[in-house]
Design a binder for this molecule. Structure first.
Ligand code: PNS
Length: 161
């Protein structure tokens, strides 16, 4: 079974993330969307909320599972018997950080590969941070996140104002 892990903060998941998940689900037998619990960023959504939101938008992809992980990503991958980490690359600016991450992960566990997928150019400008900022400032997030999760995001942002 070819299993891959797509890790991230997903705070919240965007159309860019979903596009990568869709494409990866065609390449691998199973894709685990793994939400990092120990991110240094201060998240808007709790881990449980992020999982619930992701589950809503991956329903059409039966070989996509949603999970969380704590600690080193490569340890999590080994435990799941997944030997590929999927990362999306939006622009050259992502490259330096991702190159460093892929290199350190390779050093930590040699048998795990990082596979980079180019983000669909439609979403190359998109990030979870921008979604939160635009939503907070009452802009439209219609084209940025899946339709069904817009009310959840706006409700959360409104509850903080
Ligand atoms: O969506 P993000 O915030 O860019 O995702 C970053 C993430 C969660 C993929 C990255 O921070 C990560 O892999 N964290 C787990 C800890 C780890 O293994 N770090 C790399 C070796 S130091």
């Amino acid at each position: 079974m070819k299993r891959a892990v797509y890790p991230g903060s997903f705070d919240p998941i965007t159309k860019g993330h979903l596009d990568i998940i869709k494409r990866a689900s065609k390449i691998f037998d199973e894709v685990i969307v793994a939400v990092a619990t120990n991110s240094s960023k201060k998240p808007l959504f709790t881990i449980e909320e992020r999982i619930e939101i992701i589950n809503k938008v991956v329903q059409d992809y039966p070989n996509v599972k949603v999970d969380t992980f704590n600690g080193l990503l490569v340890e999590y991958c080994s435990n799941k018997e997944a030997y590929v980490i999927i990362k999306g690359l939006r622009a050259v600016s992502d490259f330096e950080y991702e190159f460093q991450m892929a290199s350190i992960n390779k050093k930590l566990k040699e048998n795990i590969e990082t596979l980079f997928m180019m983000t669909n150019t439609k979403y190359s400008y998109l990030s979870s941070s921008l979604v939160k900022e635009i939503g907070r400032l009452n802009g439209s997030i219609e084209d940025l996140v899946p339709q069904e999760i817009i009310p959840i995001i706006l409700k959360k942002l409104n509850s903080l104002q």
